[in-house]
Structures are given as C-alpha cells and as structure tokens.
Design a protein around this ligand. Structure first.
Ligand code: 48F
Length: 253
C-alpha cells in the first residue's frame, strides 16, 4: 500500500513533467492573465504548460484588495466571466466578485481545458536560438529560495508568454543578459508607473503583444515592460489581456 502510493505519485508526476518538456506554449506565471491565456489556448487544442513559482497558482487575485477578498471587474468582461462560470453581483458599471471563487474558477477551467500547471517551479532564464526565444530554464522554487547552487533543467517551447505580473521577470532577464531590442518605444523595459485606473486598464490590452520573437507579454507584465500604469484591484484588463494574448498566438498557428 505505502509503496503503491509513492510509485503512483512519482510515476505520474514524472510522466506529466516529461510530457511537458516540449510544448507549443509555455506560460510563466499563474496570475489571472496567465490562467485565462492557458484556458483559451488549451481549449483550441494547443499544448500549453503554465509554470508557477508559488505553491498556489492565482497570483494577486486571491487577496482582493488589502486582503478584503472581493474584486471588481468591468461589466464588459461578462462573456469571459460567464465562460468561466463565475458568479457575481452588480454595482453600477462593475461586477463584484468573491476573489477566492474567481481565482479557483480560473484555475479549474484552465486545467479542465487541458492546460497543465506545474507549481513550485521558478523560471530563471530563457533559451535563445537564432534571435528567437525557444524555451525556458527552470528550477524548483525552493532551490532559489534556499540559495542552493543547483543547475536547472530546460523546457522547450515554440512560444513563451511572460505573465509574471509587476516584475515582468522573463523580459527583464532577457534584457539583462542579452543585447536585445524589444518591441517597446525605447527598445528597453520601460518600467511600471504609478496608479491610474482607466489608462492602466486600456493600455494593458494595447501592450499585450509579442515583445521579442517568440516572447509575448500579458497582464501587468505588459504594462511593466511598456512603461504604463498600475490599476489596483480591478481585474478586467487582466482577463482581456489573457484572452488577447491567446488570440494573437492562435492567429499565427
Ligand atoms: O501578479 P500576478 O497576479 O499577474 P497578472 O496576471 O495579474 C496582476 C494582478 O494580480 C494584480 C493587478 C491587476 O489587477 O495589479 O496585481 O499580471 O501573477 C504573477 C504570477 O507569476 C508568478 C508569481 O508567483 C505570480 O503567481 N511568477 C513571477 N515570476 C515568476 C513566476 C517566475 N520567474 N517563475 C515562475 N512564476
């Protein structure tokens, strides 16, 4: 009995890992934008893996605002909210949603559609072949946290999405380690600006794009890379951005 449990977990985990070491799309970061992207890509039959450094995917959505576990989205997100089966109440032009309910719905629907989530894994670098991103360098998140000198593994992907939120870690790493010009107005990571809700929500969508061959940006990473604003606990832009990045990638298949 005891050995069967261990064999079952080890065999099935390593078969899942092995099956996802070569994918169509690798998403870095399991915040709302990454989860929505994973759902829409998987739903269309794309082989997609999402890598999340924390134990729980969901990013900044669980905590609502200041740990008050409610979020706000604009009413025009209703098609996405309904697609994910999320319940809501209304207040003027907004939907009010329990953040735990919403976050778990995004995780459930993304995995149900076929997006594999590998948690507790940190992305520490990218793979570049002929000036195109071709994969990711991954390690156990606790290896980084403990400062252990342990070499990583490599995961190959036709396309990578940076959904790492405010820190836009994948694009920053690409820029720091390589002499590259990005698809931004300065050619560089421009850095996030202070809070301005309407402009931030609008530009999140505009900034969702391919920023370097094979590398797309979504969610707050898009605004961080392109020098736009933060918006606080309103999540419509994140949902729309995740859908847009999926649509952009699907249009190239
Ligand atoms: O920050 P996060 O929720 O990203 P998002 O989808 O949404 C932003 C909102 O939550 C909120 C906001 C808008 O309303 O301002 O902040 O843009 O989730 C990013 C996820 O990426 C993970 C991190 O743990 C988090 O769950 N992450 C970051 N860097 C890495 C990573 C990395 N190098 N490797 C793996 N995961």
């Amino acid at each position: 009995m005891e050995l069967l449990i261990s064999f079952g977990i080890v065999d099935s985990y390593f078969s899942k890992l092995k099956n996802n070491l070569k994918v169509d799309v690798a998403i870095v970061g399991g915040g709302p934008s990454g989860l929505v992207a994973g759902y829409y890509l998987a739903k269309k039959g794309i082989k997609v893996v999402l890598l999340e450094r924390k134990l729980s995917p969901g990013g900044g959505m669980w905590g609502g605002a200041m740990m008050f576990n409610q979020i706000v989205v604009q009413k025009d997100t209703l098609p996405i909210i309904n697609e994910f089966g999320i319940s809501y109440s209304t207040c003027e032009e907004f939907l009010l949603i329990d953040s735990v309910h919403a976050t778990s719905a995004l995780i459930y629907k993304a995995t149900q559609a076929g997006c594999t989530i590998l948690n507790c894994i940190s992305v520490e670098d990218v793979v570049i072949h002929e000036n195109k991103i071709s994969g990711l360098v991954i390690n156990w998140a606790p290896v980084h946290r403990e400062g252990l000198h342990v070499d990583p593994l490599i995961l190959m992907a036709n396309v990578v999405i940076d959904g790492t939120g405010h820190d836009c870690e994948v694009v920053r790493t690409l820029e720091r380690k390589n002499n590259v010009s990005l698809n931004t107005t300065s050619g560089k990571v421009m850095g996030e600006r202070s809070l301005s809700v309407e402009e931030a929500e609008r530009t999140t969508l505009e900034n969702t794009k391919e920023v370097y061959p094979g590398l797309y940006i979504t969610g707050m990473a898009a605004n961080g890379v392109c020098g736009s604003f933060r918006m606080g606990p309103i999540f419509g832009g994140m949902l729309f951005s995740g859908k847009k990045v999926a649509d952009l990638i699907l249009s190239k298949q």
